[in-house]
Design a protein around this ligand. Sequence first.
Ligand code: PRP
Length: 210
Amino acid sequence: MPITIAVPKGRLLEPSLAALRSLGITVPEGLDSSGRELHQANGSVTVFLTRARDVPLYLRQGGAHLGVVGLDRLRESGCRATIHARLGFGRCRLVVASPEETGWPLPSPVRVGTGYPRLTRAHFAGSSTQVRIVPLSGSVEIAPRAGLCDAVVDIVETGSTLRANGLVIRETVLESEAVLAVSARATRIAAVRSLLMDLGEEVGPDACMA
Ligand code: PRP
């Protein structure tokens, strides 16, 4: 029975395949970020190329046993998964940011623009700040200037997008990087367990369960 692995296509494809190979997984040849072929198999491993944000869905629905996914996306999805390895690329921070000229904390309720509603609610759940989520799927940093929200929760890598849009970091929600995740149901499959034992120690269960 082949092991199925969901891998993000695009710029994360090459480091994902390199990380899988360095863990000892023999991934199929012929996967190419510029190509249109979205799956390759070599008999023991089948790789599906998906959008990065869809990898948790593949894990949740049984479409893939394993997945290379950002910890931010995995936690946001609520997918039940075990993190087998931290892969050391795709490092970034999920942060709360707001316009430089406004103070922090802001009076409640704070309208927060984000593509991470679950993690945002969880972050503020224990604080005195009440939030109203403004769901956004991209270009989040422009939303305060446009009057859609008072603050944002979004990914920061270099910080240049925040700076260019007059926002400053107020709080950190999560430190993230790419991980190799194993779906909860796949951990019960003998072929998957055997592969994972060959790869060595696992990091442990993810803290966020659906
Ligand atoms: C991500 C993120 C920020 C930006 C941060 O966006 O949402 O907008 O990168 O990077 P920086 O700190 O290095 O400036 P991405 O380019 O992935 O596109 P998106 O807006 O569609 O999410």
